[in-house]
Design a protein around this ligand. Structure first.
Ligand code: PHE
Length: 344
């Protein structure tokens, strides 16, 4: 045994590994669970008591030699990662992490809200599940109006007699709630999600987002409506953007109009976005019908008002030239991260 120990001692002293694999092989050979030291201690059990006294000391010294040799050689290879046993390379790049980004519809909505806030409008919100009164009747929709039809409206509960419950088809319902619960003057915008029973395609979806606005006070005129919306367009799309109003019809406004702006993509010369007309429609508007004011217990002889409503998707499409509405609700990170720089 003594002879073997001498032989191993010489081997250990001469050991000079050139890489960590050789070092590991050394550890397994001498210090492993089935290694030489373990084996020598096994053999030690069966030597005579005389020999044991001498050999015990020698064996312990040998074990210590193997351990310190191993540790010293290991240190010479540098610090070792505790988890992987691999060498830590401080020059490697760190792990990046993705910053979230605002959804393009939120960016546009916030921009619209900011513009109207500067004009003194407050933000009002209301429920997405509405009753017939707030979504239709109070807004002067006749009982047989086609917009109440199953084709356009998602009914939650159909009750014959006019008290149907449905997903709101526009945020005009919030205007009714506001007028019913307060006293003029009102100057508010109503952003929110609305639902219509449409087949999903690049140009239509079963839900979309609106910002509607309401201004009711004494002596509010169509000139106020035009000037407010003109200012809004200059702020949103830049100075020099032209507007035009075309007569239209909504049950809740009289007179009613649709407002077009000069195409923001081609500047009015004609392109695929404006169907070569130079104009794109962005919102509906008009003077609040006196019947609506009366339905909300507001004296229509004393007060007048204007209202308008726009789809946030449409405004966003024109701002960022997005041609497929479905992109807004698919949550494709490749689409969404293009708006990363605009985190506010
Ligand atoms: N509520 C209308 C719609 O959803 C928009 C609108 C609001 C039109 C206010 C005129 C006045 O299409």
């Amino acid at each position: 045994m003594q002879e073997k120990i001498d032989q191993y001692t010489a081997e250990i002293n001469a050991f000079s590994p050139s890489n960590t694999d050789e070092l590991e092989a050394f550890r397994i050979k001498f210090l492993g669970t089935k290694g030489i030291i373990k084996d020598l201690f096994e053999q030690f059990k069966s030597v005579g008591p005389e020999e044991k006294r001498v050999l015990g000391k020698v064996l312990n010294q040998f074990k210590q030699l193997a351990e310190t040799s191993y540790n010293e050689r290991k240190e010479s290879f540098g610090p070792v990662s505790e988890t992987q046993g691999s060498v830590l390379d401080l020059t490697l790049p760190g792990q990046g992490f993705n910053l979230g980004s605002r959804h393009p519809l939120s960016l546009t909505r916030n921009e619209i809200i900011d513009i109207f806030k500067r004009l003194g409008f407050v933000v009002a919100e209301g429920p997405e599940i509405e009753d017939d009164w707030h979504n239709f009747s109070a807004l002067n929709f006749p009982q047989e109006h086609p917009a109440r039809d199953m084709q356009d409206t998602f009914f939650v509960k159909k009750n014959n007699g006019g008290d149907d419950i449905a997903l709101r088809t526009h945020t005009s319902s919030v205007q009714v709630r506001m007028m019913e619960n307060g006293k003029p003057p009102f100057r508010a915008i109503m952003p929110g999600r609305v639902y219509r029973n449409e087949a999903i395609s690049a140009r239509a979806h079963c839900f979309f987002h609106q910002v509607e606005g309401l201004y009711v006070d004494e002596n509010v005129s169509f000139a106020d409506l035009k000037q407010t919306l003109y200012h809004f367009v200059q702020e949103l799309y830049g100075e020099g953007t032209k507007v035009r109003f075309r007569p239209s019809y909504f049950p809740f406004t009289e007179p009613s109009a649709e407002m077009d702006i000069s195409c923001t993509i081609c500047g009015g010369s004609g392109c695929n976005m404006c169907k070569y007309t130079g104009w794109v429609e962005i919102l509906g508007c008009g003077m609040v019908d006196p019947n609506v004011l009366e339905n909300c217990h507001i004296d229509s002889k004393k007060y007048t008002g204007f209202a308008f409503g726009m789809g946030i998707e449409r405004i966003t499409n024109l701002k960022y030239v997005i041609k497929d509405l479905r992109l807004f609700s698919e949550n494709d990170v490749r689409f969404l991260k293009q708006f990363q720089t605009e985190i506010i």
